[in-house]
Design a protein around this ligand. Sequence first.
Ligand code: ASP
Ligand code: MG
Length: 402
Amino acid sequence: MALIVQKFGGTSVGNTDRIKNVARRVAKTREEGNQIVVVVSAMSGVTDGLIKLAKEIIPLPIEREMDMLLATGEQQTIALTAIALQALGIPAVSLTGAQAGIVTDGVHTKAKIKNITPKQIQHLLDAGNVVIVAGFQGQTAEGQITTLGRGGSDLTAIALAAAIEADLCQIYTDVDGVYTADPRIVPGAKKLNEISYDEMLELASLGAKVMQGRSVEFAKKFGVVFEVRSSLNDNPGTIVKEATASMEDVVIRGVSLDKNQAKLTVVGVPDKPGTAAKIFRTLGDAAINVDMIVQNVSHGGGTDISFTCDKSELLKAKTVIETLKASTGFKAVESAESIGKLSVVGVGMKSHSGVAAKLFEVLAQESVNIDMIATSEIYISVVIDLAKGEQAMRAVHKAFLE
Ligand code: ASP
Ligand code: MG
């Protein structure tokens, strides 16, 4: 007998037929002699719909009340899933995040899990029940309802798997697993049998969103091995775990394209100590997340500094930097929105050479100009013209992975 956590996302519980499907799948796993904790998201579109309702009243609603509102989405699906299981004759009990013992800090709408006391879960499992827990929500030590940030049901599942020491954690979604690239863009993309936490994190944060990034970080920290697989078929999915030696045999695990970045260039920055510090401190204080940074060689005492940030924060970033014009003496701020960040990711880069050269050659063959470059031990990212992004992605995928 194994203890299994099964998490179903919004599409997998998108209507009552889908919920009945989920119930059948859970029932089957139970018949095989396992204990099961189910974590569900709100039905797809429900969380967005609730946010929209609040914003019809006021653009920036108080976050405590947003948590109160958003937590109702998952509360619907836990009850419906329990009802669907009971209809199949299976004892099932639904629990809110608070009832499941999930304690968070008090940062409303993006709370962090502080600890989990799964006493009630354990008790219900021991009595033969399937336990269904609301994803995405918890409660502060003072009893306030909180939510864990968009996509937070993944985190609930991973954290619960760690807390109850589950033998297996399965993340059911609407894709078959993690692919070498987005199959909608790259026809030759293949499903991966396994991927390391670090590669998954890079691919997620680089724009190939399959799971909430924070949940993967949590899994890495606590060594929770999990599987991403489809709730619509029985195909095996992708196992996500710590990198193994054999994983390094492959040069590149995947290619991603992030279309949500924008580039800002501060032109004619006086080449004096402290100027960059001032610019990025000001951005940091404004809570703007800066990604790639490039500073050019200076000529005649002035240099250009370029960086990327989320497109949605471009205007704010630009406004914030303009306020420093007089005190730092730079000439202008230029921005570019039609950029794409293309990345190749793989732990194999550690033991293979020439990856950058090959990447740049492929881009040259496609007449794609490279605007910025960033590297780490396991990725190389380039900023290119967005219009050529998908074409470049297909060419790079072909060169490394087909
Ligand atoms: N329902 C929440 C959201 O849409 C949490 C989740 O789906 O994981 O973000
Ligand atoms: Mg979701």
